[in-house]
Write a protein that binds this ligand. Structure first.
Ligand SMILES: Cc1ncc(COP(=O)(O)O)c(C=O)c1O
Length: 403
């Protein structure tokens, strides 16, 4: 049976951050939430069935990832990206953000620097700071409506500090977000190659966050950073998860691929007792998603592509003042409101109070995100339409003030 993504399901009262934390986050109940990166769609029936089946066994004790669950990751990575990984490289964690924070703890010391590429997913900034490290922001450049990397700046991040007695740079890690959130770029092999060569030349480790890798809205193919060469494989970790793709973020499960034994040992040691184990039901959900979810996924991707087309047309025809950064991947769309001449706080107030939509404020993604906002299009088309018409109405009302 084909999935019905048009159907609106009431998520209020289910502990949904997106719907139930609206008052805390936006200060008012009467907004349409289009923020947090999960989807307003029911999961594949196969996943629900697999969980139901596991519930028939009445004991839910401490859980060790079993062979077929590990192999479901190995097989998927081979099938999707033609990257051959070994079962022992797979480390399960309860989420990608905790894994990134653990990796920073494992591969750096307080006072070191960690590269990220702003504007970028805001927990990266906190994860670096919370580990006592400094942020080296290798800002992306927005060229003709598309984000590109600044390799000269990246090289400069590794240049010795210009002190009286020059010190080597303290960069130990570079975080790659591929596909990029919020810019939606799916980095090409050439782009990643240039990035990787610069980073590895200076003995830093790459943390490649590929959580959105299966949400492809273009004709591009996702290329895992580590799959590009043996050298990249040995000097990076890859963060994967079915959470975005199959809408199971509430299960908190991810698989971190760490081919280098030394890095893997350091990572596992750093998890200590802080990270906790992955739950039995989350592993059931992961295996079922990876083994049985492809039909649902292909229907989902068709729906999301149509949502994106709808949004692009809507902005062009009704809100031309706002420029859309067209994503190649992810169901998140980065909107450029800078023509409205508002600073980050003013834009935030405008979207909440005038448009009555709950988006993610651009400035949270870094200084170059000021004047932007991120919208989540993984919702029934009727909801998307309603959100966009609210934005259009609010922009029309300030019409003559637009700079
Ligand atoms: C790039 C990126 N990484 C990680 C996460 C969250 O990962 P998790 O929920 O597994 O911690 C998100 C969620 O939006 C994301 O966009």
């Amino acid at each position: 049976m084909a999935s019905n993504f048009d159907k609106m399901i009431n998520r209020k009262g289910t502990g949904s951050i997106k719907w139930d934390a609206v008052k805390e986050v936006f200060g008012t109940e009467d907004i349409l939430p289009m923020w947090v990166a999960d989807m307003d769609f029911p999961v594949a029936q196969e996943i629900t069935e697999a969980i139901r089946k596991r519930l028939e066994h009445p004991i839910f004790g401490y859980t060790k990832p079993w062979k077929s669950v590990i192999n479901s990751v190995v097989e998927r990575v081979k099938r999707k990206y033609d990257w051959k990984i070994k079962p022992e490289w797979v480390v399960f964690t309860p989420g990608v953000v905790p894994a990134i924070s653990t990796a920073i703890k494992a591969f750096s010391s307080p006072g070191d620097e960690v590269i990220l590429q702003g504007p970028v997913y805001y927990p990266f900034w906190d994860a670096i700071r919370e580990n006592g490290c400094h942020i080296a922001n290798n800002r992306l450049k927005l060229e003709n409506g598309k984000y590109v990397m600044d390799y000269e700046d990246l090289k400069n991040k590794f240049a010795p500090k210009k002190l009286l007695f020059p010190e080597p740079s303290g960069v130990k890690i570079a975080i790659l977000c591929n596909p990029h959130n919020p810019g939606g770029r799916m980095w090409s092999k050439e782009e990643q190659q240039k990035f990787g060569e610069i980073v590895l030349k200076h003995n830093a480790v790459v943390i490649s966050d590929e959580i959105h890798s299966e949400i492809v809205l273009s004709d591009k193919k996702h290329i895992p950073f580590a799959s590009i060469s043996k050298e990249f494989e040995q000097n990076s970790i890859t963060c994967l998860s079915p959470s975005k793709t199959f809408n199971i973020a509430g299960f908190s499960v991810s698989s971190i691929i760490i081919p280098n034994e030394k890095l893997r040992t350091e990572f596992v040691r750093a998890t200590g007792h802080m990270l906790g184990k992955v739950s039995v039901l989350s592993l059931v959900a992961l295996e079922s998603a990876y083994r049985e979810g492809d039909k649902w996924l292909s229907e989902l991707l068709s729906y999301l592509k149509e949502n994106l087309e709808f949004l692009l047309k809507y902005f062009e025809e009704n809100i031309p003042e706002v420029k859309v950064i067209k994503p190649e991947g992810t169901y998140l769309v980065w909107l450029d409101f800078r023509k409205l001449g508002m600073n980050g706080k003013e834009l935030s107030e405008f979207l909440i109070e005038k448009a009555k939509v709950g988006l993610d404020d651009g400035y949270l993604f870094g200084p170059s995100g000021e004047g932007f906002a991120r919208i989540n299009i993984a919702c029934p088309r009727s909801v998307l339409k309603e959100g966009l018409s609210r934005i259009a109405k609010a922009v029309k009302e300030i019409g003559s003030d637009i700079v």
